[in-house]
Every structure is written in structure tokens, then in C-alpha cells.
Design a protein around this ligand. Structure first.
Ligand code: HEM
Length: 467
């Protein structure tokens, strides 16, 4: 059976779009906001472009690259249309770049309502949607139950994987329709409420399910957690139901007409979602082990074939991927913080107390804290093997990506959880945290890029050659 090799273009594109696009925009905006300096007059458009680039260009392209390699192997079925892959990458990335340029650079040279700007904006969004839908089509076709040659590894996480494809389609189609609607209205600003809804839909339908499914399948090996419990499939379908109802009820078309009782209903459903995610974190047995590990820490451990060194206790590696586990544990700690903050915010509101923070810190605890730290950790643990390398070129970098990444989340989320402090020193710390958060995470992403490029292109056969 011939499987397709890793398409590294997805990772190089994600790293380029993140450093030059999404993170750079976020870093600039956070810096200006923190020091009270001038913001672009079309700030809302900049924020939307930052969000879209981060969701699809950063997290999305990593997910595409890993899933096109890993999922067919999990199902023991080769990808049905391997020749489509370069086209999927080209249209997705081309569309993202075109749309970002049209919306941010176009209006510097001509009115934002010019046909050329609006046409390119809609074309960019359409191209990205085409890339995303083709990606979804190929993987769903490959994964179709009758075609799979192996089912056991997929069944426990099937609800999460199914939802991931629904999320990709929902986000890409909604975003393209919003870009068309904006073009029709003669603006580069997508309708705000629907754009926010699409962001929440992508987080709940795609980002969480895929992150969780990959964690369930890989943590037993990487972190010696237990295999999935017998109830995981049921938990998964529960998650699907709560997410679907929650997103349906929170659609702007219903919220605008529903009044305060409807808002109460959306909040109750969000609480249920938060609770389900906490339950899933518990079931992963990451922080508290309630079931025996897949690999017992006392099992005979084979020494490293070349150095004779035993594996690290509690892990299946010899340290050749650095301290990647710190990133994975931090990611799940930030996810826990995100859902607890969300639930506390809703609870305070119900008690008639003023909630000192809005949705933004919760969203970034999830997107930067959970998703980005998970990418930083998983990429350095998983991708060397996918590239036929036995180790990272610079295992020592990993601890620095963890440190910079965590400081960035702290700076991005912490200062927004309450009002500015009355003490000048603490206030300066809050400002500096927010201002520097983007630069800190850019440092972490650049270290990751350096490590992956060096692992792929600079390792000789003896150090990390084909395994
Ligand atoms: C340190 C890194 C980051 C910085 C400095 C940053 C900065 C910002 C800023 C200033 C905003 C506008 C907030 C407002 O509405 O007042 C924002 C919104 C947003 N960010 Fe980030 N961000 C970062 C990381 C990320 C990551 C990793 C993602 C996704 C993977 C992300 C996705 C979003 C989204 C979806 C929005 C909302 C867009 C909208 O409302 O249209 N950000 N970010």
C-alpha cells in the first residue's frame, strides 16, 4: 500500500503566513492598543483579517498538513486523490493572501468600495473556500467507512473527526458568503455578528475536536496516558449534540429576534459546552490518572539503539524531541482556564455582578493558549518522524518555545481579565504584557520554524536520517 509522503509545504506556508501575516498583525495591534497609540481607521477590518489568517493560515494549514498524512495511515487507506494536494494548498494559501492584500493594502491605493478591491476580496475568500472544500472532500472520501481497511483506531474518535469536517465546511462557506455580502454592500468589513459566529463555529466544530482527537490518539504513546476509555464515543456524540444546538441557537438571526430569554438560553448552552469540555479533559487522564497507563512506567524499557541510554521515565523518547511535554500540558492548562473563565463570566452575569472581562481573553486563552501551544508542542514531537528524521535538530529550543509561548499567553490574556490596576508599577506590567505578547509568540514561532527547517534539511543520515 502506497501512502503519500508528508507535504511540508503546508507547514512552511503556515509558518510564513503566521510570522508575516496573522501574528504580525496581532502583535502590531496589541502594541498600539497597550500604549494607547494610533490605530488604523479601519481597525475592525484589520482585526477580522488577523482572525481569519490565524484560524485558517496558522492553525488550519497545520491541521491540513498533519491530517492529510496521519489520517489515511490511521485508516490504513491511501489518500483517494493524491494529485489534488498541491492544488488544495495553492488555492487555500493563494486565497488567503489575495483576500488579506485586497482588504488591507487595496484601500491604501483606491477607495475601499472600488470594484477591484471588493472583487479581489470575494475572489480570495472563494479560492480559500474551494481549497478547504476540496481538502474536506478528499479526506471524507478516503475515510468513508466502507473504504477503510482499519477501523479500530478511528472508532473512539470518529464523532470528533466527523465534526471537524462539518466545521471546515461551515466556516469556509460562511466566510465566503460574508465576503460576497460585504462586496455587495460596497465594504471590506464583513457583517460583524455573523463573522464572530463563524469564528466561534470554527473553534467548536473544528479546532477543539481535531486537537482532542489527535491528543487521544497520540498522548498514550507520547505521555504514557491511558488508552481512550470505553465511553469516549458516547462523550463524543454528546459533544456533537451540545455544540450543534449551541451554535444553531446562537446564530445572529435568532439572537437578534429572541430577546433576553434567548440570550439566557445561549448562555446555558455555552455552560453545557464548557462542562462537556471539562469532562473530556478529565477523560483524557492528562492531569489526573484514573485508569492504568497504556505503557506502564515500570515496563521493560528498551535502551536507545545507538547511545544505549534508557528512555525518559514516563515518556517513550530519549529526550531527542526536547521538553515537548511542557507545551502539551500547558496547552491543556490554558484550555481548562478558558472554559473556567467562560463559565465564571456567565455565572457572574447571572448573579447580576459586572463581569470584568469580555469574550476576547477567553477566546485567546483558547486560540493562543490551547491551540497554538499544542501546535508548538505537537509539531516538534510529531513532525520529525513524519519527515523520516529520528530527532529534532535542536531539542534544546523546545523549552524556549514553551517559555516564550506561555509568557505570550499570560501577556495577551492576563491584563484583560480586570480593569487597569491603580498602582503604576502593576499598570505598567499589564501594559508591557499586552504590548509584548505578540513579539513573544513571534519569537516562539520563529524558533519552531528554525527547528523544523533544520530538522528537515540540515540533518545528516547519522544524526537523524531515515528511520
Ligand atoms: C500574542 C498573539 C496574539 C495577539 C497579540 C493577538 C491580538 C489580537 C487583537 C488585538 C485582537 C482584537 C481584539 C479586539 O476585538 O479588541 C484579536 C482578535 C482576534 N484574534 Fe488574536 N491575537 C493573537 C493570537 C491569536 C491567535 C493564535 C489566534 C487564532 C489561532 C487569534 C485569533 C483571533 C480572532 C479570531 C480574533 C477576533 C476576530 C474578530 O473579532 O473578527 N489571535 N487578536
Amino acid at each position: 500500500m502506497q501512502h503519500r509522503e508528508l507535504d511540508v509545504g503546508f507547514f512552511w506556508s503556515a509558518l510564513a503566513l503566521a510570522t508575516l501575516g496573522g501574528f504580525a498583525l496581532g502583535a502590531f495591534l496589541a502594541w498600539q492598543m497597550a500604549w494607547g497609540q494610533n490605530l488604523p481607521p479601519d481597525l475592525a477590518v484589520w482585526i477580522q483579517v488577523h482572525g481569519h489568517l490565524q484560524l485558517v493560515g496558522w492553525a488550519g494549514l497545520f491541521i491540513m498538513g498533519v491530517s492529510l498524512f496521519f489520517l489515511p495511515r490511521l485508516a490504513a487507506t491511501p489518500l483517494t486523490r493524491p494529485t489534488w494536494v498541491p492544488g488544495i494548498l495553492g488555492t487555500t494559501v493563494g486565497g488567503l493572501v489575495l483576500e488579506a492584500l485586497a482588504r488591507l493594502v487595496g484601500p491604501r491605493f483606491m477607495p475601499a468600495s472600488a470594484t477591484a478591491v471588493l472583487g479581489l476580496q470575494a475572489l480570495g475568500a472563494g479560492l480559500t473556500a474551494l481549497g478547504v472544500l476540496s481538502y474536506g472532500f478528499v479526506l471524507v472520501e478516503t475515510f468513508w467507512p466502507k473504504r477503510r481497511k482499519q477501523d479500530g483506531a478511528i472508532r473512539p474518535v470518529e464523532p470528533f473527526l466527523a465534526l471537524m469536517f462539518v466545521g471546515w465546511g461551515t466556516y469556509a462557506v460562511t466566510h465566503a458568503l460574508l465576503a460576497l455580502a460585504a462586496a455587495h454592500d460596497g465594504t471590506t468589513l464583513l457583517p460583524l455578528a455573523w463573522h464572530r459566529w463563524a469564528v466561534e463555529a470554527f473553534m467548536a466544530l473544528t479546532l477543539f475536536p481535531v486537537a482532542y482527537a489527535f491528543s487521544v490518539r497520540t498522548f498514550p504513546l507520547y505521555l504514557q496516558t491511558p488508552l481512550p476509555g470505553p465511553g469516549l464515543r458516547r462523550w463524543g456524540w454528546g459533544y456533537v449534540g451540545i455544540t450543534a444546538v449551541g451554535l444553531l441557537v446562537s446564530m445572529p438571526v435568532f439572537v437578534e429576534r429572541g430577546g433576553s430569554r434567548w440570550v439566557l438560553l445561549t448562555e446555558a448552552l455555552r455552560l453545557a459546552w464548557d462542562g462537556t469540555v471539562l469532562g473530556l479533559i478529565w477523560d483524557l487522564n492528562l492531569f489526573v490518572r484514573t485508569r492504568p497507563a497504556w505503557l506502564s512506567p515500570d515496563a521493560p524499557r528498551s535502551p536507545h539503539p545507538r547511545t544505549g541510554q534508557p528512555p525518559r521515565r514516563g515518556y517513550s523518547d530519549y529526550g531527542e524531541f526536547g521538553r515537548f511535554e511542557a507545551l502539551l500540558y500547558s496547552a491543556y492548562a490554558w484550555l481548562t482556564a478558558a472554559v473556567v473563565l467562560d463559565a465564571v463570566g456567565i455565572g457572574l452575569g447571572w448573579l447580576g455582578r459586572r463581569v470584568p472581562y469580555g469574550r476576547d481573553p477567553v477566546r485567546h486563552a483558547f486560540l493562543l493558549g490551547f491551540i497554538t501551544l499544542l501546535i508548538l508542542g505537537m509539531a516538534q514531537r510529531m513532525l520529525p518522524g513524519f519527515m523520516h528524521r529520528k530527532q529534532l535538530a535542536h531539542p534544546g529550543f523546545v523549552v524556549w518555545t514553551g517559555l516564550l509561548g506561555n509568557l505570550a499567553v499570560l501577556g495577551r490574556v492576563g491584563p484583560l481579565l480586570g480593569p487597569a490596576a491603580p498602582w503604576p508599577f502593576v499598570r505598567a506590567l499589564q501594559q508591557a504584557g499586552l504590548a509584548l505578547s505578540g513579539l513573544l509568540v513571534l519569537g516562539a514561532v520563529l524558533l519552531l520554524a528554525w527547528n523544523l527547517v533544520a530538522t528537515r534539511y540540515c540533518m545528516d543520515g547519522r544524526q537523524g536520517g531515515t528511520g
